[in-house]
Write a protein that binds this ligand. Structure first.
Ligand code: UDP
Length: 328
């Protein structure tokens, strides 16, 4: 009996694969390697292919007894999603449809889903609760919400139970030092900040300083990627125990502005890290902070790496050891 991890060679996927391996799970990974990296896998069996490729997915399901799926395979760039919505609907929404159809065909009844705070859009109150309004301000969030909704109806019709995990901002790298964050192109704040002390860029851009926040820059809730990964195993356990479908926020409950993040990185790296103000990035809400009380009480989830300095330091250690990221 195996757990299929789609998109398992990506950033959050690979950290979840690492925790599954530590927990002695039998892990099958499907990744088309459009964003993922072979080197990001600390174990498991990799099938290189696309979740939209029906014959390929038949092979995966026929060669393995898949009892549960953890679904990461998706595009995840807010900016790109605003430029090219069709790309996001095709890979994310249609891709999920293809996956759920295979689960139905092969009788796999459990799925843990990689969702996002971007499903909420501009919050009415913070911290954000799972019952709050979902009105995404960007295409990426809209597709993730559509994927969640699709799971709801596949559950109603076919009894495929799901846990959707709405992540806030994943950050940091694995304790073993072998895996970390490597996107191409890189668009995420922490790796971009760290490119300055690495000598790969002169300065970091701050996308807007006229937001309604104390220092005018956007506030986000940063959570260590391994704490996020842990929650997937707990979600899987909930479903194996016969739990109903559910949605959980995953965040630290604390918000930091872009300027504060740069300041923390200056402390951790000992580098001045010059910053320049640029215009706002389309689709960015001003403040996103999670209430994760539901995950804590129902999944028994406890984040273990809570200090922001520790999170940035783990990212810094990985980037310093892998200045060019993964080589394959
Ligand atoms: N950001 C920034 N400069 C950058 C990259 C990101 O000011 O070079 C801001 C971005 O506008 C957002 C925050 O940093 O407010 C986190 O962005 P990221 O892309 O890391 O994650 P997201 O919140 O989009 O998931």
């Amino acid at each position: 009996m195996a757990v299929l991890v789609t998109g398992g060679a990506g950033y959050i996927g690979s950290h979840t694969v690492a925790e599954l391996i530590d927990a002695n799970e039998d892990v099958i990974i499907v990744d088309n390697l459009s964003q993922g990296h072979r080197q990001a896998l600390l174990g498991g069996k990799l099938y290189v292919g696309d979740i939209r490729d029906s014959e390929f997915m038949d092979t995966v399901f026929q060669e393995n007894e898949i009892e549960s799926v953890i679904h990461f395979a998706a595009y995840s760039l807010v900016g790109e999603s605003m430029q090219n919505p069709a790309k996001y609907y095709d890979n994310n929404v249609y891709g999920t449809q293809c996956l759920l159809e295979k689960m139905k065909a092969y009788g796999t009844k459990r799925i843990v889903f990689s969702s996002t705070a971007a499903t909420y859009g501009e919050p009415q109150t913070v911290p954000i609760q799972e019952t709050d309004r979902t009105e995404p301000t960007n295409t990426y969030g809209e597709t993730k919400l559509a994927m969640e909704k699709m799971m709801k109806w596949f559950d109603a019709a076919h009894g495929i139970k799901y846990v959707s995990l709405r992540y806030f901002n994943a950050a940091g790298a694995h304790r073993g030092g072998k895996i970390g964050e490597d996107h191409s192109p890189e668009t995420h704040l922490i790796p971009l900040i760290l490119q300055v002390p690495l000598g790969k860029r002169e300065q970091v851009a701050i996308y807007g300083d006229d937001y309604p926040t104390a220092d005018g820059t956007c506030i986000r809730d940063y959570l260590h990627v391994s704490d996020l990964a842990d929650a997937h195993l707990l979600a899987l356990q909930r479903l194996r125990d016969g739990g109903e479908s559910a949605i959980y926020n995953l965040g630290s409950g604390k918000g930091f502005s872009v300027k504060e993040m740069i300041e923390v990185a200056r402390k951790v790296t000992g580098h001045p890290i010059p910053a320049v103000i640029e215009k706002r990035r389309a689709g960015d809400p001003a403040v996103l902070i999670a209430s994760s009380e539901k995950a804590k009480s129902e999944l028994n989830w406890t984040p273990k790496r809570e200090r922001l300095e520790e999170i940035v330091e783990s990212a810094w250690n990985w980037h310093r050891d892998h200045p060019e990221g993964y080589t394959e």
